[in-house]
Design a protein around this ligand. Structure first.
Ligand SMILES: Nc1ncnc2c1ncn2[C@@H]1O[C@H](COP(=O)(O)OP(=O)(O)OP(=O)(O)O)[C@@H](O)[C@H]1O
Ligand SMILES: [Mg+2]
Length: 414
């Protein structure tokens, strides 16, 4: 790891830490996005999305291309925000599944499934983030970024409407509870890592040089074919002043995944995202959360705990996610561990670029597919029809993984 050279892209971006207090990292950025058009008022309607143009390499739109929904429309779509429509809950409120009829009057049955994020209306904590999400995600378009379809702003109600991601978050799959959540085979984990890496590469190499800053398993959403899409951009980037209740998750997210230079100095690099990516790779290999206070002392922080194991093939084996039941190509897995180690280098300039990460993962995906071919043909419903077949017969997660989000009760916030 001795030789690594910095490039101009590795200069810290001009992020000024406002304050670094009691475990909450709050920032204001001055150059990661253009904020033109950020003043969203009820009357400033963006152009309604007209079509489904496909840009495989992504694009940045001049203006957010979003639809404006009425509150009653979203209320109807989510059956009055019924509790059994809840997909999950984050620091900013609940996310509901919804169904939108194309033309409500026709009752033709044609429509689309959506995910509706409803910000907690009793607090104002999410306003800036809501707006930032619109400005970022409304303009960034890439197959590995979740699609923001539109928003609603009525009285105190702020909502965001996204494409529905059928398989939920990577976090649910790695650490979720119950038989509904199936452990992911290694080749699907690599596919997900590759999709997420492509999303980050797009952000880093776009002319805006967007730094994602909140790379974590819960922000990697999966469609029905396990294609990964990054979500929640604006939210983590701003989030400074007001919020209290999302502090807990933010703290955990930050301290589990944040790069050491960012935590120590507030300096943010494109390579700070690469560190977060390394943490998620470590989670994918081990099935352990980035930060989990239920683990014995010395093992709370995943990176501190597993780094020595990643470098040693035999040690790595002892640490692999037991849900994989030993079914993985060990050479490929060791190479993933090597990649994770490079991403986790303490010095930002020693970490690979996301483009390099993508290239490495593409090679590993190919070799993992080759290694799995005989087994895939005979027994694995997902492996032989990558991107098509759902999981059918995996056993439920064992208790050891079901520590839930206990680790999210912040030690730092207390
Ligand atoms: N577009 C979507 N499609 C399907 N499920 C979604 C979608 N967006 C979010 N979810 C579900 O809702 C959950 C909560 O998402 P949310 O982004 O609000 O919080 P989080 O990422 O868990 O935490 P944080 O507030 O720290 O970002 C996700 O984990 C996911 O399971
Ligand atoms: Mg999220």
């Amino acid at each position: 790891m001795g030789n690594c050279w910095g490039t101009p892209a590795e200069q810290p971006t001009s992020v000024t830490p406002d304050h670094l207090t009691s475990g909450v990292i709050s920032q204001t950025t001055s150059n990661t996005t253009s904020s033109g058009g950020s003043n969203i008022s009820r009357n400033s309607l963006f152009s309604v999305s007209s079509g489904d143009e496909v840009f495989p390499n992504g694009q940045i739109l001049q203006h957010p291309n979003l639809r404006i929904y009425t509150f009653s429309e979203l209320k109807a779509a989510t059956k009055n925000f019924k509790s059994d429509m809840v997909l999950g809950e984050g620091g900013f409120g609940k996310v509901y599944k919804g169904w939108l009829e194309e033309k409500p009057s026709t009752r033709s049955g044609s429509g689309s499934v959506i995910a509706v994020k409803k910000l907690n209306s009793e607090s104002l904590q999410g306003v800036e983030e809501w707006q930032s999400e619109i400005n970022f995600l409304g303009r960034l378009s890439h197959p590995n970024l979740v699609k923001l379809l539109g928003y609603c702003y009525e009285d105190t109600e702020l909502l965001l409407v996204y494409e529905f991601m059928q398989k939920g978050s990577l976090e649910n799959h790695l650490f979720g509870r119950g038989s509904a959540v199936q452990p992911l085979p290694m080749e699907i984990r690599i596919k997900i890592a590759l999709g997420a890496a492509r999303g980050l590469t797009f952000l880093h190499t776009s002319d805006k040089h967007v730094i994602y800053r909140d790379f974590k398993a819960s922000n990697i959403l999966l469609d029905g074919s396990y294609n990964a899409k990054l979500s929640d951009f604006g939210l983590a980037k701003l989030g400074p002043s007001a919020s209290q209740s999302h502090v807990t998750t933010r703290v955990m997210g930050t301290y589990g995944y944040a790069a050491p230079e960012y935590v120590a100095t507030g300096h943010l690099y494109v390579k700070s995202d690469v560190y977060g990516f390394g943490v998620v790779l470590a989670e994918m290999l081990t099935g352990q959360r980035a930060l989990d206070l239920n683990r014995p002392s010395g093992k709370h922080n995943l990176v501190d705990w597993v780094k020595p194991y990643l470098a040693d093939r035999r040690k790595l084996k002892t640490l692999m996610d037991s849900n994989l039941e030993g079914k993985y190509p060990s050479k490929t897995v060791f190479q993933v561990a090597q990649l994770a180690l490079r991403c986790l280098a303490p010095e930002p300039k020693c970490r690979p670029s996301m483009k390099e990460v993508v290239e490495t993962l593409e090679r590993l995906e190919a070799s993992s597919e080759r290694a799995n071919e005989p087994r895939a043909r005979s027994s694995h419903p997902m492996a032989h029809r990558r991107g098509q077949a759902p999981l059918h017969h995996r056993s439920p997660l064992h208790q050891g993984q079901e520590k839930g989000r206990g680790s999210q009760l912040s030690p730092l916030g207390r």
